[in-house]
Design a protein around this ligand. Structure first.
Ligand code: GLN
Length: 229
């Protein structure tokens, strides 16, 4: 049974990233792999044995509340060190970095990715397309953030930006380290790019999974990509 931990959806659910958990469960089910989604409130401790941990985007105040709760016990960092898969989107990506700065304060992040986030010049809102080294086709999403993220030396981005902003620095989006993935793509990203959901399932299971016929999802991803200039 794959355990998909949806972290603090009441705080990190503003941008619809909660759908990533549903997509993972659905696509696991297509292969007859049993999976369940476990919702964890910021008032409760994070389960230790999850296979996949998901963090979504949030407004600034909710983001800080979530970060404060996640610092207790360093459970996410320990799980990631043991190989658990982590997908962190936008505010979630900023939370798992080393530091996160607002206009008047700096906060220590969870340190899963060596990236730092600081306020940018304006809000970065709109459609985004990136090319990730994992996939032959570009990925698409939607971004809505005001902070920009700088990668530590040698940290690989999740992708390079084709259209939109991503990290807002150096034409890059996201970052990754082992099974930890950070990105600015909302959508939800796994609904718009089902191949990424399959990659996460493979990483969680530690083995290749069969390809499946999910015609509507494939068609939808194709339509999205067709409009990339
Ligand atoms: N509050 C953060 C920012 O504006 C994250 C926003 C988001 O998660 N969409 O940079």
């Amino acid at each position: 049974m794959l355990e998909i931990i949806r972290i603090h959806n009441e705080l990190l659910g503003t941008y619809g990233d909660n759908g990533n958990a549903e997509v993972l469960k659905f696509r696991a089910g297509l292969r007859e792999i049993k999976a369940r989604v476990i919702d964890v409130s910021y008032l409760d401790p994070l389960p230790r044995g999850g296979d996949i941990y998901l963090l979504g985007g949030a407004e600034d105040a909710a983001q800080l509340l979530s970060l404060t709760a996640l610092r207790k016990g360093s459970i996410l960092a320990r799980a990631a060190n043991k190989g658990a898969v982590v997908l962190a989107v936008c505010a979630g990506f900023q939370i798992v970095g080393t530091t996160y700065r607002t206009r008047d304060q700096e906060f220590e992040g969870l340190g899963l990715l060596d990236v730092t986030t600081a306020p940018g010049d304006g809000r970065l809102v709109g459609d985004i397309a990136i090319k990730s080294p994992f996939f032959a086709e570009p990925m698409t999403g939607f971004e809505n953030h005001s902070s920009v993220t700088t990668l530590g030396e040698g940290v690989p981005p999740f992708g390079t930006v084709i259209a939109g902003n991503g990290n807002g620095v150096a034409g890059l989006d996201g970052a990754m380290s082992n099974n930890v993935f950070g990105t600015y793509l909302h959508g939800p990203v796994l609904a718009r790019n089902p191949e990424f959901a399959d990659l996460m399932l493979e990483r969680a299971l530690g083995e290749a999974i069969s390809s499946v016929d999910d015609e509507l999802a494939d068609q939808y991803a194709k339509w999205r990509r067709a409009v990339i200039k």
